[in-house]
Design a protein around this ligand. Structure first.
Ligand SMILES: NC(=O)c1ccc[n+]([C@@H]2O[C@H](COP(=O)([O-])OP(=O)(O)OC[C@H]3O[C@@H](n4cnc5c(N)ncnc54)[C@H](OP(=O)(O)O)[C@@H]3O)[C@@H](O)[C@H]2O)c1
Length: 267
């Protein structure tokens, strides 16, 4: 129970990876503020599961693309917890708000991606610093390959937003280091029980088969609990010397060479 007595906020914790993170933090003793934007019932279900781990928390609605909403959310944290030891920026806008290939990408979709990621994170950290005690933890969820690759064309806005988010992590890490507040990003590989399950069946099956068939050396997709474990580790006292890093959590998938057939890899 290394997070006993800590207070956490996980944006987008009504489902998917955010819920997995909230539950792991609760399992280790933290109280957790659960956020949602549309699915209130799912958020209450997350809170019920937090309580099932013997912890507690509360539910608050936030649209992270709206700085005033972020202020209101942090106001609720101040009222309920009086402090915030762990801030996890996990929420991501829905596919239709940003999914468009580069040659057709509208300024509106570009803005939606940036506003729910980099600008939301900028706003959240700026407004949360007085709630965070020395030794606090900030974690952002990213997708690191997106910042390097150009293959999944309609993902261009989100990948650009994630690249900007990772850059902000490094700048905030330096800005907050004198207060022993760490700022890191976690980059999951493809994760079951997340946005993946909202893709067309055919796409889901192809992705699952590829990872189970060897692209992920561990032979399976990740789970929200896998990612929750990594975030909980970064929030431990023992992780105090890790800051400004992008931590990949993908069962080894990023170690594979895309230019080589799988049959020639993995011995
Ligand atoms: N899934 C993966 O394989 C994968 C891989 C790499 C990185 N990631 C990252 O991990 C994070 C979580 O992904 P996920 O797939 O678990 O997400 P998800 O299942 O699609 O859930 C999205 C969450 O964000 C909330 N949300 C949506 N729009 C919002 C907004 N404008 N303001 C505030 N909250 C909003 C949703 O709330 P409602 O339930 O109320 O709609 C929900 O809780 C994201 O940052 C994503 O980029 C995911």
């Amino acid at each position: 129970m290394w997070l006993n007595g800590k207070c956490a906020l996980v944006t987008g914790s009504s489902r998917g990876i955010g819920r997995g993170i909230a539950l792991k933090l609760a399992e280790h003793g933290a109280r957790v503020a659960i956020t949602y934007v549309e699915n209130e019932a799912a958020a209450w279900d997350s809170l019920a599961q937090v309580r099932g781990h013997g912890s507690d928390g509360f539910v608050v609605r936030v649209d992270v693309s709206r700085p005033d909403d972020i202020g209101r959310m942090l106001g609720a944290v101040r009222d309920e917890f009086g402090r915030l030891d762990i801030l996890v920026s996990n929420a991501r806008g829905e596919l239709p708000t940003f999914y468009q290939p580069p040659l057709e990408l509208t300024p509106e979709r570009w803005d939606c991606a940036l506003n729910t990621q980099a600008r939301a994170f900028l706003s959240m950290v700026q407004q949360a610093t007085d709630l965070l005690p020395d030794g606090g933890r900030i974690v952002a969820l990213t997708y690191a390959p997106g910042g390097r690759l150009g293959s999944w064309q309609p993902w261009v806005a989100m990948d650009s937003a994630k690249a900007a988010l990772e850059s902000l992590c490094r700048y905030f890490a330096v800005a907050l280091a004198s207060r022993s507040i760490t700022v890191n990003a976690v980059s999951p590989g493809f994760t079951d029980g997340s946005v993946l399950n909202s893709l067309p069946e055919a796409a889901q099956s192809l992705i699952k088969a590829r990872h189970e068939g060897g692209w992920t050396p561990a032979g399976r997709l990740g789970t929200p609990a896998d990612i929750g474990n990594v975030v909980a580790l970064l929030c431990s006292e023992q992780a105090s010397w890790v800051t400004g890093q992008v931590i990949t959590a993908d069962g080894g998938g990023s170690l594979m060479e895309p230019g080589l057939p799988l049959e020639l890899q993995r011995g």
